[in-house]
Design a protein around this ligand. Sequence first.
Ligand code: SF4
Length: 64
Amino acid sequence: MKVFVDQDRCVASGQCVFAADGVFDQRDEDGIAVVLDDSPPDDRRAEVQDAAAGCPAVAITVEG
Ligand code: SF4
């Protein structure tokens, strides 16, 4: 599984961090999401998919 965030789309809502803390974080300066772990283990798949589904900006892509 590979995880990407389109930072140009991100609106800094923070849901992804709530859904999958440790995979996503927010920049201190503006709250834009960053991917901390772009290849998370498979046992986190449900959390990552919840984060992608819950992103109001549809900024998260999950491949594989
Ligand atoms: S849920 Fe989407 S819009 Fe909100 S911080 Fe995460 S990537 Fe950005």
